[in-house]
Write a protein that binds this ligand. Structure first.
Ligand code: F6R
Length: 621
């Protein structure tokens, strides 16, 4: 949460630092949009020039158009997701200290800020905001006023802070320098020529360079136009290998679509195809991107625990059905924030899979660390290269969904299911649960999915029309069974977060145990109908559920497989998806529900890319 950008460049191709930072903030706005601000260091060493505004980045843009900042080589910028203090101009970052000599921005939560604030107040420091960030600014000020360089000051201050933070700071007395520090929050360095960049995420600078460095835990980075240096908090140099960012700048643009979310839904065939591409070697073995978990360890595991949050957890729930079926290893899916606090039974024979689009979800990071402390090997299924989860896991399988900018997750969901399936297939092969021809058949089923997802996208127009008639609905229910159950949960989540409509997903079999009491005349219910070609009883049981809600006045909207001749008899509207094996079907049935939520939110005039109160990377616990 909170997006952070830093830039230094002198006479460099990227021109004005202000423009570079605003461009980076625009691409990071998905991380938070309660306020935005920017500070530049003017070459006359006189002061830090700053602008900040509550609300979305557009407000800051207007402010800068009216009051441009001074010429500079260094700049820092911030887009906020509020934690400490309301989203006001005063609480917006940057925060100034030492009479405007120092400007600081922050992502995360400084947990010991109260005691530090009391200490500073006792010294006569006057606070202008309610944020935890401001204490770090005043601590930096104290150090530089005592003669420390900004880098030394940052090392001393970062070592005193507790919690999670990425901090960037500038000092008017060092106009060609931006200093950053991190603990438990992300910071990536972009390497240019005559210019260097800092960002919460590589999309902050992808337009300017595709060479990047990850910053490790408890490290401080100094960027100047000429170079980058990294140390630990004690000042010991740290060597870091650059990596090449696989995404291109175009992938972080809307590409002709009205919204990022629409574009990202249309990216789904490619996201699944890219996640599969080149992943299985000639022996049917999965090729991991980074790290390795010894095959003997994987042969000995007796349990898999998936840790994830939100949409990623629903992807994990889908994967449970497939992995258990293919490997006969029990799979538990645990919300990462619950996992750590309930003393879970995890040991060296437990394979933990951490699913995360951003790789920065704090709940998942903390659960991952807890699992590792118990000796469990952790494989990360992550979308963002160089992210914390990717770095800390024992092995990584990247989902290659490309940048997901819209706050609500869509293509990452499909890519997470695909990558988790690859892990399952690999384990089945390794442990001899499946014969080579069965493995080949599963891989070929997966291979056929991108084309089928494309067909769903090509036939989604009527769903868009239906959504536009439902803008006044107060509540929508979603039912599913087997793999359709997590899809129903995901459909409800999408509608809640985008259209601000109360929505709930239920296991269809659970309906009669209570939720059916909710049904009244006109209640819209979406049902993910299992294939009639699968277990016959499952299809007919869900058909019975459809009838039960219809009998009580519900309007039923059914997602059914092509060729399901019964579906139309029980539905006000049927969305047909191509036929597929049951375990592959979530890659198809989730798509109409995403489109429905997108369209309904658009019909209500809401910003689907940046729904209220949310942020894309939830980097606080
Ligand atoms: C919902 C959504 C969230 C995320 C969750 C985990 O649309 O995007 O529920 O899925 O916050 O995020 P990652 O996958 O980045 O760990």
């Amino acid at each position: 949460m909170c997006g952070i950008v830093g830039y230094v460049g002198s006479g460099a191709p990227s021109a004005r630092p202000e423009g570079v930072v605003m461009g980076g903030l625009a691409r990071l706005e998905y991380r938070g949009y309660d306020s935005a601000g920017i500070a530049v260091v003017t070459q006359d060493r006189a002061h830090v020039d700053m602008a900040k505004k509550a609300g979305k980045l557009v407000n800051l843009g207007k402010e800068l158009a009216e009051h441009p900042l001074g010429e500079a080589t260094a700049a820092i910028g911030h887009t906020r997701w509020a934690t400490h203090g309301a989203p006001t101009d005063a609480n917006a970052h940057p925060h100034l200290a030492a009479d405007g000599r120092i400007a600081i921005i922050h992502n995360g939560i400084i947990e010991n800020f109260s005691s530090l604030r009391a200490e500073l107040r006792a010294e006569g420091v006057h606070f202008l905001s309610e944020t935890d960030t401001e204490v770090a600014g005043h601590l930096l000020a104290r150090e530089v006023l005592n003669g420390a360089t900004l880098a030394d000051a940052m090392r001393a201050v970062a070592a005193r802070l507790e919690g999670a933070f990425t901090l960037l700071a500038v000092d008017s007395q060092e106009p060609d320098v931006v200093v950053g520090a991190r603990r438990n929050s992300p910071l990536v360095v972009g390497l240019g020529e005559g210019e260097n960049f800092l960002g919460s995420d590589v999309v902050a600078f992808i337009e300017h360079t595709r060479t990047a460095l990850e910053l490790g835990q408890d490290e401080v980075v100094v960027i100047t136009p000429e170079g980058v240096s990294v140390t630990d908090y004690a000042g010991n140099p740290v060597a870091r290998e650059p990596f090449t960012i696989e995404w291109d700048a175009e992938a972080a643009q809307k590409g002709g679509f009205a919204t990022f979310m629409d574009k990202e839904i249309h990216d789904e065939p490619a996201a699944v195809a890219d996640t599969l591409r080149g992943r299985i070697d000639e022996h049917g073995r999965l090729k991991l991107d980074e790290g390795l978990i010894d095959e003997s360890v994987l042969r000995s595991i007796d349990k898999i625990v998936v840790i994830a949050c939100g949409t990623a957890a629903y992807a994990g729930m889908v994967a449970k059905y497939a992995i258990e079926h293919w490997t006969r290893i029990p799979v538990e899916v645990e919300l990462a924030h619950e996992f750590r606090y309930r003393d879970p039974v995890v040991n060296v024979r437990t394979l933990v899979m951490a699913l995360s689009q951003s790789g920065e979800t704090m709940d998942t990071i903390m659960a991952l660390r807890h699992a590792q402390q118990q000796g469990a090997p952790v494989i990360a299924v992550v979308n963002v290269q160089g992210s914390t989860i990717a770095r800390e896991a024992d092995a990584v399988l990247y989902t290659r969904a490309g940048p997901e900018i819209a706050v609500a997750s869509t293509k990452a969901f499909l890519a997470q299911i695909t990558a988790s399936y690859l892990v399952g297939i690999y384990l089945a092969e390794l442990r001899g649960n499946k014969f080579p021809d069965e493995i080949a058949a599963l891989l070929s089923e997966l291979d056929s999915m991108p084309e089928k997802i494309q067909r769903v996208l090509d036939t989604s127009d009527t769903l868009r029309e239906i959504a536009h008639t439902m803008a006044d609905e107060r509540t929508v229910l979603f039912l599913g069974r087997h793999v359709g159950y997590p899809v129903a949960l995901e459909g409800a989540l999408k509608l809640k977060e985008l259209a601000y409509i109360h929505a709930e997903g239920f296991a269809a079999g659970e309906l009669k145990h209570g939720p059916i009491a909710l049904i009244e005349e006109g209640q819209p219910v979406f049902i993910v109908l299992p294939s009639p070609r699968g277990r016959e009883s499952l299809h007919s049981k869900v058909i019975s559920n459809v009838q039960e809600v219809r009998a009580r006045g519900a309007r039923t909207f059914v997602i059914a497989e092509e060729g399901d001749v019964e579906a139309a008899d029980y539905a006000e509207h049927v969305v047909y998806v191509p036929q597929s094996p049951v375990l592959m079907s979530p890659l198809l049935t989730a798509v109409p529900l995403q489109i429905f939520a997108l369209e309904l939110a658009s019909a209500k005039g809401y910003d689907v890319d940046q729904p209220r109160n949310l942020a894309k990377s939830v980097t606080v616990e």
